[in-house]
Design a protein around this ligand. Structure first.
Ligand code: URA
Length: 233
């Protein structure tokens, strides 16, 4: 059993204070009945509505972040600021962590969740989820690069990458699709072609696509449909 204001705040859509105001204003129903006391307790399985819209009372939170450059994809770091610093206080206390990593200077789609089982499943190498990136390089991309990506790039340390997609958008810009996730993978692949990465942005993560209305540093909860697609993939 959990307090109604906490259940609403745990969805990531409202702070505890905002949730309390919604409740006080009579805008929240639990199992079809308006509840005006924020401290009233409910089981997670109850059906919650705010202004008539169904809200999941699940204990798990799923956020899509448009990661800015300059922050590390971690929950704690002794020296660097982490992506969690972008979240309001109430969301820093629900055990969120980034599902996967983007380099400090990489921007774009990062999933934050406290659903360890789902994250574990999404990150398991055997069940790899495809990811796509917008890449800008110092140099001009050509058909030979496309072919090399398709056939599997050999990195400087001798590792032979799985075939990857390289779809050119302009002379120095492309969308790269990866079917595996190695450390600094795209940077090392492009470096192996003699064309170092100067900008990298993740566009998709499995069935999730970056919401382009989110500016760098902004986040939003996943929709129910997005969570379902992640669970079902
Ligand atoms: N490849 C990289 O080199 N860096 C990232 O952040 C993601 C993929």
């Amino acid at each position: 059993m959990e307090r109604l204001d906490k259940i609403l705040a745990n969805t990531g859509r409202w702070s505890r204070k905002e949730a309390a105001e919604l409740i006080r204003a009579g805008r929240v129903k639990a199992d079809g009945v308006v509840v005006t006391r924020r401290e009233e307790k409910f089981p997670a399985g109850a059906l919650f509505q705010v202004d008539g819209e169904t809200v999941s009372g699940d204990r798990y939170v799923y956020l899509m972040l448009n990661k800015p450059a300059g922050l590390v994809s971690a929950t704690e770091d002794p020296r660097e600021e982490t992506v969690l610093s972008l979240l309001p206080g109430h969301l820093r206390r629900v055990g969120l962590f980034p599902a996967g990593r983007l380099d400090k200077d990489t921007v774009g789609l990062l999933l934050l969740t406290n659903d360890g089982a789902l994250a574990h499943d999404l990150l398991a190498p055997k069940r790899h989820v495809d990811k796509t990136y917008l890449v800008r390089v110092d140099g001009v991309l050509d058909g030979e690069d496309e072919k090399a990506f398709r056939e599997g790039i050999t990195l400087a340390d001798g590792y032979v990458c799985l075939p990857a997609g390289l779809e050119r958008l302009g002379p120095s810009e492309a969308v790269v699709t990866l079917h595996e996730g190695k450390y600094h993978q795209i940077k090392r692949m492009c470096a192996a072609r003699g064309k170092p990465v100067v900008f990298l942005k993740r566009l998709t993560f499995g069935p999730l696509a970056l919401d382009e209305t989110l500016r760098e540093g902004e986040w939003r909860p996943l929709t129910e449909g997005e969570v379902k697609r992640l669970q079902q993939r």
